[in-house]
Design a protein around this ligand. Sequence first.
Ligand SMILES: C[C@](O)(CO)[C@H](O)COP(=O)(O)OP(=O)(O)OC[C@H]1O[C@@H](n2ccc(N)nc2=O)[C@H](O)[C@@H]1O
Ligand SMILES: Nc1ncnc2c1ncn2[C@@H]1O[C@H](COP(=O)(O)OP(=O)(O)OP(=O)(O)O)[C@@H](O)[C@H]1O
Length: 269
Amino acid sequence: MVVFPNAKINIGLNIVEKRSDGFHNLTSCFYPVGWCDALEILPASAIRFESSGLPIPGDSTHNLCLKAYKLLAQEYSLPPVSIHLLKAVPIGAGLGGGSADAAFTIKALSEIFSLNLSVATQQDYARKLGSDCAFFIENKPNFCFGKGDEFEQIDVRLTGMHLVLVHPGIHISTAEAYAGIRPKQPAHDLQELLQQPIDQWRTGVVNDFEEALFSTYPLLPAIKTELYQQGAVYASMSGSGSTLYGIFREAPNLSNNFVDFTVWQGELT
Ligand SMILES: C[C@](O)(CO)[C@H](O)COP(=O)(O)OP(=O)(O)OC[C@H]1O[C@@H](n2ccc(N)nc2=O)[C@H](O)[C@@H]1O
Ligand SMILES: Nc1ncnc2c1ncn2[C@@H]1O[C@H](COP(=O)(O)OP(=O)(O)OP(=O)(O)O)[C@@H](O)[C@H]1O
């Protein structure tokens, strides 16, 4: 089976408080986007994992696809599989790429081996692998809270709007980004702000990681400013960075912009 684990963006991200388990409670709208990896999982005579495309830091035995397989294999006595991951979504980029790989592995294994796992059960397994993972089981725009792994429906529809993602090649560790944050209650309720027309998001819909990371990496606010100059109706950093995104009504002509960076463009669904 071949599946295509896609990235997400965060539209607004409030880091509300530090929890007793060391994690943070947050509120954010997670929105799936079309930039994706390719993941092939086949029954095999022995467990095998390999990846191509972007190099993934760390030992491949720690890859989230393998962790997801091992989690289900021990519960359901799964036979061995061969996994090939073609990595395209940048890593440490605030796009949840590794988390999507983990969630799509759970979904694919459930289908290949007819495990008949409910959405809720798959989300429970995904939560064990990372805070962002559970979102990718349903993979639809959601208002997320708790560690980012609890969901409430939200009526934010950007279908047909044009998205530009700019990854400046800076790897930001999620744990380090959280360590630099002072949690606070948001000035305005994010769910309410997102009910306003998108033209009004610019003033109120904020990503709390921007304040700390923009002073460390001046390139990041420069890219955000450029996205607005090119006509974005809303621009922000995604997650803990370093990817910036702009939402446009029409595809901009970016032939002379962002030439030093990795850019992905496409329509939002
Ligand atoms: C920044 C976001 O991408 C926003 O969507 C996510 O909160 C990150 O989620 P993630 O990459 O799945 O993070 P995890 O793999 O669960 O955790 C990595 C590290 O980030 C910190 N972490 C993560 C999520 C969270 N709600 N609070 C945290 O403090 C913890 O130090 C944790 O050890
Ligand atoms: N399939 C995978 N894809 C990417 N990174 C993976 C994967 N499996 C394990 N990892 C590890 O996760 C680390 C990246 O985690 P990190 O949370 O910083 O970034 P991310 O998963 O790309 O998404 P985000 O930046 O949105 O959190 C890598 O350094 C790598 O060691």
